[in-house]
Write a protein that binds this ligand. Structure first.
Ligand code: F6R
Length: 364
């Protein structure tokens, strides 16, 4: 059943290129985005003045990435909130609110409860899920399916990438509706999004540095993940993956926050994993690395292929192909998943079935 892989997690990571391809299949026809099943009412969509993305865990992290894209391309204010918080306060939801609920299983109790509340308040609800016919699919006004096939490992991997891909398509659609993106830009973005499948294959073809970095960090008590912009959102997911499968305590921070507290943690050998891909804030991230190095941190950097400079600053450099900044959310997440898995295995953990966790959380 594991198709020759030692565990489902690794098998599912290797299925990521296919997940991207399948999630995008049929979405661009004659140069136009296709979402027939959303039963789009363009007048309703044009009236949207606020987007809420609600989800739990890894799906919430996919939402954090999407917020950046939705606001950049459509200029519609977008908030991301964990479903268990959203449902117990009184969020500003009106008939002109679009709620996007993200859930791999489509049956997470808090996410469903939040969807029900939002619908009572008249919001339009789109579901992003992997499971056809799931409660989320049934209770949403429209669904975008991610085509990850069944995910067995408790830790979400390929479904996360599918969610990011599907949410990127939704952000493109909103951008098109609001005039933030031209048809030509949409075509270009779609092509680049599709290219990430092949770029992931490239990452999977050489994982030696990821392995070496993981071995260097395996005996740590704590680890910090830092980045800026899209890089910071990837860090939240990288830290979650590490703690849930290896039980190594990890935190993620926007790198600009280091001086406001977390840098006090750094002592010699403290692992700091930095998403340092080429982005508008690259230079700032390098400064953050230098500050950590000056205090003896063990720095593992995820960097853009061809960046030789970074070798001067980091102990381990994991290179990923050059992509548009927003698509680094997809590519940079892959080495972080492999990194977490390697540490978990080195610590003798069961990567597919971590203690205390269930694949779907259908009770609160
Ligand atoms: C982490 C993980 C969980 C889920 C969360 C939401 O690897 O898998 O954090 O992401 O329980 O589950 P869904 O997406 O099914 O609502």
């Amino acid at each position: 059943e594991k198709g020759g892989y030692p565990d489902f997690m690794l098998k599912e990571i290797y299925e990521e290129p296919r997940t991207i391809r399948d999630t995008l299949a049929g979405r661009m026809v004659n140069g136009h985005l296709q979402f027939d099943e959303l039963a789009l009412n363009y007048d309703e969509l044009a009236a949207i003045d606020r987007v809420y993305i609600i989800a739990c865990g890894t799906s919430y992290h996919a939402g954090l990435i999407a917020k950046n894209l939705i606001e950049a391309w459509s200029r519609i204010p977008c908030e991301v909130e964990v479903a268990s918080e959203f449902r117990y306060r009184n969020p500003i939801v009106t008939p002109s609110t679009l709620v996007v609920a993200v859930s791999q299983s489509g049956e997470t109790a808090d996410t469903l409860a939040a969807v029900r509340d939002a619908r009572i308040k008249g919001a339009k609800v789109f579901g992003i899920t992997n499971v056809v016919g799931s409660p989320l699919a049934r209770e949403s006004d429209g669904v975008i399916y991610i085509k990850a096939n069944k995910e067995i490992a408790v830790a979400a991997t390929k479904s996360f990438l599918g969610q990011v891909a599907a949410l990127t398509l939704l952000a493109m659609l909103l951008g098109q509706l609001r005039g933030g993106l031209t048809t030509a830009q949409i075509r270009m973005l779609f092509r680049e999004l599709a290219d990430t499948a092949q770029q992931i294959e490239q990452i999977l073809a050489d994982t030696d540095t990821i392995e070496a970095a993981a071995l260097a960090c395996k005996d740590a008590q704590n680890a910090l993940f830092i980045g800026r912009g899209i890089g910071s959102t990837i860090c939240y997911e990288g830290a979650l993956k590490l703690k849930e499968i290896s039980y190594l305590h990890a935190e993620a921070y926007a790198a600009g926050e280091m001086k406001h507290g977390p840098i006090a943690l750094i002592d010699p050998g403290f692992p700091v994993i930095v998403v340092a891909t080429k982005s508008p804030t690259y230079d700032k991230v390098i400064s953050n690395i230098q500050e950590c190095k000056a205090r003896g941190a063990l720095v593992v950097a995820i960097a853009t292929e061809g960046d030789e400079e970074i070798k001067k600053h980091a102990d381990y450099v994991i290179y990923i192909p050059k992509v548009r900044d927003c698509f680094s959310a997809i590519t940079a997440s892959v080495p972080l998943q492999l990194f977490a898995r390697s540490i978990a295995l080195a610590r003798g953990c069961d990567v597919d079935q971590p203690r205390n966790l269930a694949k779907s959380v259908t009770v609160e």
